[in-house]
Structures are given as structure tokens and as C-alpha cells.
Design a binder for this molecule. Sequence first.
Ligand code: FES
Length: 161
Amino acid sequence: MSFTFTDHNLQKIEQLKTQYPKPQALSLPLLWMAQEQQGYICMEAIEAIAKICETFPMDIYKVATFYTMFQLEPIGKYHIQVCKTLSCKLCNQKQILNTIEDILQIKVGQTTPDQNFTLSLVECLGSCGTAPVMQINDTLYENLTPQSVSSILQELQGVQS
Ligand code: FES
């Protein structure tokens, strides 16, 4: 597999270069850009980013593996991230997780066979006051109940058919 940024993204990168003092400082925005472009960050993307950032691929790899929001493997169209931190745990997070696993027939870390849903556990999503919480792609879902989770998933499954 090869990776190259799109012409549009290459233009954005040239603009970004003017906003950062050192090329290495571009690593985070370029990782985001690569993930948005491809859906995940492959090793070839890491090499391309390292070249632009004038650093070693291992430096970019370390950044990409430090942050849980970067995906180094292809994931489903809908990335379900269930908060596993204290407030959510105290508010029946386990029940929410079990509901998702039962409906989608996958466990944490797995993707449905149709490649539509990937399930992950993540640290605090910053909405502890409305626990339990999950995020699907860029949308946050709060005050979850097994019923609301079921409705959300049914709606997304309906979008697929
Ligand atoms: S503990 Fe779940 S959002 Fe903070």
C-alpha cells in the first residue's frame, strides 16, 4: 500500500507550515489529516508525515500510538467509543457496553463483519456530569440507557440498509 496526501491536503500542509515554528510541530495536525483522508493511519502515511516533519518515522509512530484517537488499523464506518472512566463506571457503563455487544455481536476491539461498527473503550470523554457517555465518530451521546443505546444503533443500522 502506498500513501500520498491529496492535492487539497498538500495545499493545506503548505499553509500549515507557515503557522508552526518547526516542521516537527506539524505531526499532530498531519496525523489527523491522514486519518481523515484514509480512515486510519497506515505505516506509509507515517513515513510521509515524517518526511514532511523532517524527522524519523519512529518519532511520528510514537505520537500516533500515544493518543488513542489515532487508528493504526482500518476501523468500521461508525467508531463507537464507550467511556470506561470512573463517573461512567458508576453510572452503569457496563450495562451500556453489554447492550452494544449484544446488539452488534462484537466485543471491545472488534469490528462487525460488514465493517460498519468498531467498538472501543476509551478514557474520560469530558462529559462526566452526563454519564454514562459514548462517542460515535464525532457525535457525543450522553445520559445513556440500554433503551437509548438500542435506538441509536437501530437508527445507524437503518442508515446502512
Ligand atoms: S468519566 Fe465518562 S465522560 Fe468522564
